[in-house]
Design a protein around this ligand. Structure first.
Ligand code: EPS
Length: 388
């Protein structure tokens, strides 16, 4: 299973192709659109989301709601393109008129400057249009297809926010995906602890007034993942390594950890390892889950816990010093419309990339041609693990 996306933030549309989804999966398109709407929401979003109304159009690989096993092609329109149709026109010749809104003052922390250097762009709009997090909408659509596939194999997952700026970070008391999913729907921050919501709203309001931005920490929990996915035998077959790469592939991510992560470094081994249990009901399990469901780069059957640290968004309404790429004069950075924080949408995106990696390893480990056969093979494998 793999995917590719194309499309600029203010271009006509986002396009995605995902290949390797088994045949025979009944797709709930309403659920796909609900996930896209959730990614658009959350406290701290800017005005762009008032323009967009993300809806997926399926243009390949699905017939009468059922996946065919062929590549699935998806489209999401950029409604804002109507305001940028000349500036982002793919075929018209460049004229002074349609190259207005040039970006020449790169924003520190954004891809602007290095992207311009690397691709020899003098108008940094050519960089920012693709480096924009707008493209993550398509990853949520593809992630939701994978989530629907995983559900057919008994695997569920959820992404949520555990910290915004300095607020939060308290231990999440549960690994129960259904309980977390219910709790985070009670507020507009996808946070489990409702008592933190008021303080986070205040923080985001103050940050916005100051023309500044704020980041945070996201957690994804996946449950009922069978043991033994990924492998210890080579560094590049470790599944935790693949999850880390997928997380770091999301805009603005600066850190990733599994389970206790960095706090494991300051604890003793006896406090970090998860004691092994065997009993008639659960067969093999662990007494705790500090290692976030991974031993030796393989799933161990406990809930997978992935944490991601997101930096504050680099576009600031009170911009930082930079230099004009053409005149070289010291200037303030370009100001583009932006969110104060995108931690809520990012939690959906991180959930999506984890879903994609899990769907990928499962369809690689077992025969991923047809959902029914995949279900049979996974059931036989789960039984074998229980009988071990
Ligand atoms: C983004 C800047 C903003 C965000 C955008 C990401 O876009 P605009 O400049 O058009 O206001 O809204 O995110 C999305 C459009 C989205 O759908 O998430 C950026 O510079 O990364």
């Amino acid at each position: 299973l793999s995917y590719v996306t194309a499309g600029e933030s203010h271009g006509p549309q986002l396009t995605g192709i995902v290949t390797g989804v088994p045949a025979g999966l009944e797709l709930d398109v309403a659920e796909l659109n609900t996930a896209l709407a959730a990614r658009q929401g959350g406290y701290g979003r800017g005005n762009r989301q008032k323009i967009e109304h993300d809806q997926v159009q399926i243009v390949g690989g699905v017939r009468h709601r059922i996946t065919l096993g062929s590549p699935i092609a998806l489209v999401i329109q950029n409604r804002d393109h109507a305001h940028w149709s000349q500036i982002m026109d793919p075929t018209a010749e460049a004229t002074p008129q349609n190259t207005l809104r040039k970006v020449e003052r790169p924003r520190p922390g954004h891809a602007d400057l290095v992207g311009g250097m690397k691709y020899r762009h003098r108008d940094l709009r050519n960089v920012l249009e693709r480096s924009s997090a707008r493209k993550t909408a398509m990853r949520v659509a593809i992630g939701n297809i994978c989530k629907q596939l995983l559900r057919q194999l008994g695997i569920d997952l959820v992404g949520f926010v555990t910290q915004v700026g300095p607020i939060g970070g308290t231990a999440v008391p549960t690994h129960d995906v259904a309980r977390i999913t219910t709790a985070i729907q009670e507020n507009d921050l996808r946070m489990v602890d409702q008592t933190e919501v008021g303080a986070v709203h205040d923080l985001i309001d103050q940050t916005k007034r100051a023309g500044d931005t704020v980041g945070g920490i996201i957690r994804v929990i996946a449950e009922n993942v069978p043991a033994g996915l990924g492998s210890y035998v080579n560094w590049d077959t470790k599944l935790d390594a693949k999850l880390a790469a997928a997380v770091m592939g999301v805009n603005a991510m600066k850190g990733v950890s599994i389970g206790a992560g960095f706090t494991a470094a300051q604890s003793f081994g006896s406090q970090v390892m998860d004691p092994i249990n065997w009993d008639e009901t659960n067969h093999w399990s662990r007494a705790s889950d500090h290692l976030g469901g991974f031993e030796g780069g393989m799933t161990n059957g406990m809930p997978i816990i992935v944490n991601a640290a997101m930096k504050p968004i680099p576009t600031l309404y009170q911009p930082l010093p930079t230099a004009d790429v053409n005149t070289k004069e010291a200037k303030k950075a370009n100001v583009e419309r932006s969110d104060t924080t995108a931690i809520v949408p990012a939690s959906l995106v991180i959930e999506s990339v984890v879903a994609i990696e899990l769907a990928k390893v499962i369809t690689d480990t077992f025969d991923g041609s047809n959902l029914g056969r995949l279900q049979e093979q996974v059931a036989v494998y789960r039984q074998e693990l229980a009988d071990y």
